[in-house]
Design a protein around this ligand. Structure first.
Ligand code: HEM
Length: 81
């Protein structure tokens, strides 16, 4: 886990579509959620966060404030900020 690569915000912002991959950040972690997008219970709204931080969206949609949501996210970790 500590050997994961470090990515810049600039690099993450290049991944905001299914074609280029969908990456998001959360609390210093970087996640490639491309494969989760079609499985998201909230549909394509998830793409609003593509290439940037999840925090402002999860602050609006408190349905994510559950342990199992973080467990889903953790499966897609690819790096650190
Ligand atoms: C619901 C995961 C990003 C909007 C959910 C649920 C999960 C989930 C597991 C079902 C929660 C439940 O009812 O128990 C995720 C993950 C995300 C993500 C892993 C990022 C990797 C987002 C973003 C938005 C969003 C960025 C909005 C911009 C919603 C909405 C629902 C929802 C509106 C409620 C859907 C409904 O019950 O009709 N999400 N979400 N999600 N999500 Fe997300």
């Amino acid at each position: 886990r500590s050997s994961l690569p470090v990515f810049s915000h600039d690099e993450i912002s290049k991944h905001r579509s299914l074609e280029d991959g969908v990456w998001v950040t959360y609390k210093g972690g970087v996640y490639d959620i491309t494969e989760f997008v079609p499985m998201h219970p909230g549909g394509n709204k998830i793409l609003l966060a593509a290439g940037g931080a999840l925090e402002p969206f999860w602050a609006l949609y408190a349905v994510h404030d559950q342990e199992y949501v973080l467990e889903i996210l953790s499966q897609y970790k690819v790096g650190e900020l």
